[in-house]
Design a protein around this ligand. Structure first.
Ligand code: SF4
Ligand code: ZN
Length: 262
């Protein structure tokens, strides 16, 4: 699935190099297509000393490209920030909460804005990390979901950069003059993903091509697997928020309940 005439595309923009490069490319290739509309959605998770820098960048870039930017925050949408969640000392890494909540904000807002598709800037490294995380955990269901339209997803998500290595996107961003921020999320190192990222980078350095072959191998494997039973399962509605969910209470409402309890 790609860009089709009449599409209203919401681009998830963090203001980091990948999403900045994506929005820059979309503007470059499609700016004269009157049959398409692009808007940017940014999410402020509430990470002190980090997110403001990238959001400022997102604002400057969308101003320059004359693209509308909608910014939403965890604080406003859920009543607490990611820093608040972290301060409660839950066992899971911050990224676990962050990913679930950010996904909800983007999904809900894209729907409200009438978007037909959501573009995200996941690159080859992100994609291969996710594949490897699920291999390690033996989570075949999630591996499968990665490759298809999710049952709890109303607006289809597309990752146009999923086969481009992170380093190549960084070089592109540098060459076209996009600001390269050196700020990193302070919570990134606490995630399982971070260990997998380090391992894959080491492998790639010693055995160039590892990331591509992992992605191709995964795609080949998906062709061989029988269709998912979960995917065919009847879609439930969360009994609290009414959003589509794979269980009675969706992951977002679970987090909200934990925040109220603690
Ligand atoms: Fe959220 Fe983790 Fe990304 Fe930080 S690194 S913004 S906590 S998903
Ligand atoms: Zn819910």
């Amino acid at each position: 699935m790609g860009v089709e005439s009449g599409d209203r595309i919401a681009v998830a923009l963090s203001g980091g190099k990948d999403s900045s490069a994506l929005i820059y490319m979309l503007n470059k290739f499609f700016h004269d297509r009157r049959d398409l509309q692009f808007v940017a959605i940014a999410v402020d998770e509430g990470i002190k000393g980090f997110r403001k820098l990238t959001l400022d960048n997102a604002e400057k870039l969308t101003d320059k490209l004359n693209m509308k930017l909608f910014t939403y925050s965890f604080a406003h949408e859920f009543g607490f920030t990611l820093d608040d969640i972290v301060s409660r000392g839950f066992e899971q890494a911050p990224c676990t909460f962050c990913g679930v909540l950010r996904r909800r904000v983007i999904e809900r807002k894209a729907k409200e804005l009438g978007s037909t598709k959501v573009f995200t800037a996941h690159n080859l490294d992100d994609e291969v990390q996710t594949i490897m995380i699920n291999y390690i955990r033996g989570d075949i269901e999630r591996l499968r979901r990665l490759n298809m339209h999710r049952i709890d997803e109303f607006v289809p998500r597309i990752k146009p950069l999923r086969s481009i290595p992170e380093k190549e996107i960084a070089v592109y961003a540098y060459l076209v003059g996009l600001p390269l921020l050196t700020a990193h999320c302070p919570y990134a190192k606490l995630s399982f993903r971070f260990s997998v990222k380090r391992m894959l980078n080491e492998f790639e350095m010693r055995h160039p091509g590892t990331k591509y072959s992992l992605l191709r191998g995964y795609e080949h494997l998906m062709e061989l697997l029988p269709p998912s039973t979960e995917h065919q399962r009847r879609l439930l509605t969360c009994e609290r928020c009414g959003e589509a969910s794979a269980s009675k209470l969706c992951k977002v409402c679970e987090i909200i309940a934990r925040m109220k309890m603690h």
